[in-house]
Design a protein around this ligand. Structure first.
Ligand code: DGL
Length: 262
């Protein structure tokens, strides 16, 4: 029987925040694909993002025995998961959505959601927002054009300019978060620097990453696939230059070693 894989996709480093949880909770063979050539997804149109994902899935399902595809990206999920499910009926998809329901169920009344511009535009996002608003919550979405790419550069370039760009974003978010009870990190890049964001906004932070891992865990049981492997493994790929794969591997090790709680 061919080795089975879970394919985890993001535009860059962000999906590693999901993979870190998955890796610990679901012992499996993972392929991590960073679509760095098209990063940031948040600035692309819906049909473009669908095409990026479609091409990745086509290529990797032809080469590997992929059982589950995890869209470790809010932008990919809100724009494309519905149509990908329609197209790839034999695959199981798990997506990542801004944790508005989680924040609302946890009793927060004034919720600030940070997301990419593309995520904020989607109907699925508007529905999540409206459902919480109908139950009396105040939800505001802060569309951040550069935050994801600034985090991407901060992790992959480690330059002084990338650090300053990040600081600028953090001061802006701090100002906007003043009157809210909590902040939802609606892009998978953001939890990678949750400790830093916490220092600036000083409010509870929420993300969907644990929920995603739990869903994958349940799915894998229901799928009746080959028993879990004894130890997780990850193979890294990216659409940009080859050296990035090694870089992502290194960053992932650092993330696993850090205490990232959300
Ligand atoms: N990490 C992704 C998300 O959750 C995408 C960020 C981007 O590429 O714009 O939205």
């Amino acid at each position: 029987m061919k080795k089975e894989y879970i394919l985890v996709i993001d535009s860059g480093v962000g999906g590693l925040s999901i993979l870190a949880k998955l890796y610990k909770l679901v012992p499996a063979n993972f392929i991590y694909f960073a679509d760095r050539k098209n990063c940031p997804y948040g600035e692309h149109k819906k049909h473009e993002i669908f095409n990026f994902l479609d091409n990745i899935i086509k290529e990797y399902t032809s080469k590997y025995n992929i059982k589950i595809v995890v869209l470790a990206c809010n932008t990919a999920t809100t724009t494309s998961i519905k149509n990908l499910r329609k197209k790839y009926k034999d695959l199981t998809f798990v997506g990542t959505e801004p944790a508005i329901k989680l924040a609302s169920d946890a009793g927060f009344d004034k919720i600030l959601v940070l997301s990419t511009p593309a995520t904020a535009k989607q109907n699925s996002f508007k529905k999540l927002k409206q459902t919480a608003e109908h139950s009396g919550k105040v939800i505001k979405c802060l569309k951040l054009e550069f935050f994801a790419i600034d985090i991407e550069k901060y992790f992959t370039q480690k330059s002084v300019s990338s650090w300053f760009a990040l600081l600028k974003d953090l001061f802006f978010i701090k100002r906007k978060a003043k009157n809210f009870d909590c902040v939802v990190l609606g892009c998978t890049h953001y939890p990678l620097i949750s400790n830093l964001i916490q220092k600036y906004v000083n409010k509870p932070l929420l993300s969907g990453s644990l929920g995603v891992s739990r869903r994958v865990f349940d799915m894998q049981k229901n799928l009746n696939t080959k028993p879990f492997v004894a130890r997780s493994s990850v193979t890294f790929f990216s659409s940009a230059d080859f050296s990035l794969n090694q870089k992502y591997k290194k960053i992932f090790k650092q993330i696993l070693a850090n205490k990232q709680n959300i």
